[in-house]
Design a protein. Structure first.
Length: 160
């Protein structure tokens, strides 16, 4: 005899699973937006922001050279010392700068690594697998450091 008080056990289980999945998906999307807004406030690289869909093949009047990569493509702006990585979905997933006029979390190429490390740890990042990599939630920040202990480049990217 069928259950007339709310559907079969299977129907209720499937409905519960779908509701749980939708709740998790919506929660994850919302958090990434908040996190990206918080992170993007700390990026001063010619107005470029992570997780945006803006096609930046020209930046500050400089046309990019496009290079394919495994997850999409990288736009390289040689005269600006900046590169921007895009996913196949057209979303900005990486920002790299060698330009001392740019900063990420107040750290610019030309800063001492020891001071940069201290700043990024205070910003809530954790030491990664190597001395120059730091992670926070879905973000990976990498310092490019020369033999004198000076930062000559900074890269911030989405990891997933």
């Amino acid at each position: 005899m069928p259950d007339t008080k709310g559907g079969s056990w299977f129907d209720r289980t499937v409905l519960f699973a779908l509701l749980a999945l939708l709740t998790l998906a919506a929660d994850g999307c919302g958090r990434n937006t908040v996190r990206s807004d918080e992170i993007n406030k700390e990026i001063d690289v010619f107005g470029v922001t992570l997780l945006s869909r803006e096609d930046l093949n020209v930046l500050k009047g400089v046309k990019a050279a496009s290079e394919p990569c495994l997850k999409g493509c990288v736009y390289i702006f040689d005269s600006l010392d900046v590169s921007i990585g895009y996913g196949h979905d057209g979303v900005v997933r990486m920002i790299t700068s060698h330009n001392p006029k740019n900063s990420i979390f107040g750290i610019s190429p030309g800063n001492e690594f020891a001071a940069a490390r201290e700043k990024i740890l205070l910003a809530g990042f954790a030491q990664g697998l190597t001395p120059y990599k730091f992670t926070k939630e879905i973000y990976l920040l990498t310092f490019l450091v020369n033999e004198s202990g000076m930062v000559f480049g900074i890269s911030l990217e989405i990891i997933d």
